[in-house]
Design a protein around this ligand. Structure first.
Ligand code: UDP
Length: 486
């Protein structure tokens, strides 16, 4: 077990300095005034399985900083494990909660699961005192609660960041395996109501994920900064000497023959001069990349059938580009599934006409430097005309939240997490079935042809995020829950 030190970062005044956040932060301060007194003398312990990578690790530092500013004591512990069997098991549990793989778990599985957690408990007990609150994130450290409670009088909460809207044999199997640990928890937190197992319904709070508006992924980028990042990362060709040097590792693009090279090596992507449709995700089949590419191709092909080649409608679609971005496999050695999905997309891309290959870019984003990766995603999202998240299944879909915060109009599928965020024709468009290529192509064309609607949806999207999905609403919900446990 390791205690993580959270570095200093943005403070409340920095958030308040953003005009659009001022009222919300002010309201947050009023609403949370009473909490430090209610939680006096207690430390909140967040426990998860990684300090880097993944949504929990990304959000915890800013949440902790804000809570500490309020005068609340909060700390972060990360479990340590070296056994491959443990990671294989927790990956299987993760997949099973998403409804895939097998839902069969054995007593040997439980033995590995509890052994690794037992190895971590002693160190945890050195930190945790009677009267504290322990929040355990996701399945990996779930068995810890019982072990901690055996030695300390604490309240415990299990925060599950994953889920599936429906149930099947696999989900039933995994929840059955985990249900042994339910009695060790006073309360549960899930992201959406439909993810909560039936037997936990009356002990659960719903707290959706959220973004930090001042993180590198989301902070404001002025046009010159945005263009600078696109140039430093190799997305646009070097035009002029820049203030900062190029990133050590640059964005790469899949070439017509399937090899990887500089983004503008074979043909200019010119992302900043074209209407651009963007989706950035992990290379996961459930993200719907393949379907999105097919719909884009269909839209382009239908466009070529238009009689009037001089019309604005024809020229607009003719000029549009599709950028599909995800992690560069050079930096993710342990994701064979991701590589498989990327290879399928590469095959699909290799078979296209030269014209279509020039309009479509499979972009590989470097991951060696988290700050640079976040800035690249930020700059790409800000440069997009439409941000798409065409997921077949989606736990929440922070990529949509990130785009809405940046006032980019979003086109999303009807997957649960996305439906919870986007309001159809108010702050984006929902195309319910991500594999209905015809409807998706039509939705793309409608959005591309409607600049006024897009602007309106972009503005509304940011308001939606400010009201519902920033770390401030999230912290308020957490404090509401934690302050009632004792
Ligand atoms: N992301 C990134 N670089 C990539 C691909 C994704 O930084 O190459 C980020 C993306 O901006 C978002 C997160 O990874 O913040 C993905 O979260 P989401 O909820 O959309 O999906 P998940 O990956 O959790 O299924």
């Amino acid at each position: 077990m390791k205690k993580i030190t959270v570095k200093s970062g943005a403070n409340l005044d920095d958030y308040k300095a953003y005009g659009s956040l001022f009222i919300m932060v002010d309201k947050f301060l009023q609403e949370t005034e009473a909490f430090p007194e209610k939680l006096k003398g207690r430390t909140i312990w967040m426990i998860n399985s990684t300090a880097i990578g993944g949504g929990v690790a990304e959000m915890l530092p800013s949440q902790m900083r804000i809570m500490r500013t309020l005068g609340i004591k909060i700390e972060w512990l990360v479990i340590e494990a070296t056994e491959n069997a443990f990671f294989n098991l927790t990956k299987r549990i993760h997949n099973a909660i998403h409804g895939s793989g097998s839902g069969v778990f054995t007593e040997e599985d439980r033995e590995v699961y509890e052994r690794v957690n037992t190895q971590n408990v002693e160190k945890a007990l050195e930190y945790i005192a009677d009267g504290d609150i322990v929040v355990i994130h996701d399945p990996q450290p779930m068995p810890l609660a019982r072990m901690i409670r055996a030695k300390r009088k604490v309240k415990t909460v299990w925060r599950c960041h994953i889920g599936l809207e429906s149930t099947n044999e696999t989900t039933e199997g995994v929840w059955d395996f985990l249900s042994v640990y339910y009695p060790d928890y006073d309360h549960f937190v899930f992201s959406l109501p439909s993810y909560v197992p039936e037997s936990l319904k009356n002990k659960t709070a719903i707290i959706p994920p959220a973004i930090d508006p001042l993180s590198h992924k989301n902070r404001m980028l002025w046009m010159s900064k945005c263009l600078g990042i696109l140039q430093q990362s190799g997305v646009i060709r070097e035009q002029l000497p820049m203030l900062y040097p190029n990133y050590q590792h640059q964005v790469r693009r899949v070439m017509p023959d399937g090899s990887f090279n500089k983004v503008n090596h074979d043909s200019e992507l010119d992302i900043i001069f074209h209407p651009t449709v963007l989706q950035i995700s992990r290379w996961d089949r459930l993200k719907g990349f393949k379907e999105l590419m097919e719909a884009f191709i269909l839209m382009k092909k239908e466009n070529e059938k238009k009689a009037d080649k001089s019309s604005m409608a024809y020229r607009r679609i003719r000029h549009t580009r599709l950028a599909l971005g995800g992690p560069d496999p050079a930096f993710v050695s342990d994701d064979p599934e991701g590589m498989e999905v990327l290879n399928e997309l590469i095959e699909q891309y290799k078979g296209l006409s030269v014209d279509l290959q020039r309009s479509i870019a499979l972009l590989l984003l470097p991951l060696d430097n988290p700050k640079e990766n976040a800035l690249i995603v930020n700059a790409l999202q800000r440069s997009a005309t439409i941000v798409v998240q065409n997921s077949i299944q989606e736990g929440f879909g922070l990529t949509a939240t990130e785009a809405m915060w940046k006032k980019r109009p979003v086109l999303v599928s009807g997957a649960a997490g996305l439906r919870a965020q986007v309001q159809h024709n108010i702050n984006g468009k929902i195309n319910p079935d991500p594999s209905d290529i015809k409807k998706l192509a039509q939705a793309l064309e409608d959005m591309l042809s409607n600049p006024l609607e897009r602007d309106k949806w972009g503005f509304n999207g940011q308001v939606r995020v400010i009201n519902k999905f920033t770390l401030f609403s999230q912290i308020k919900s957490w404090l509401d829950l934690l302050s009632t446990l004792y």
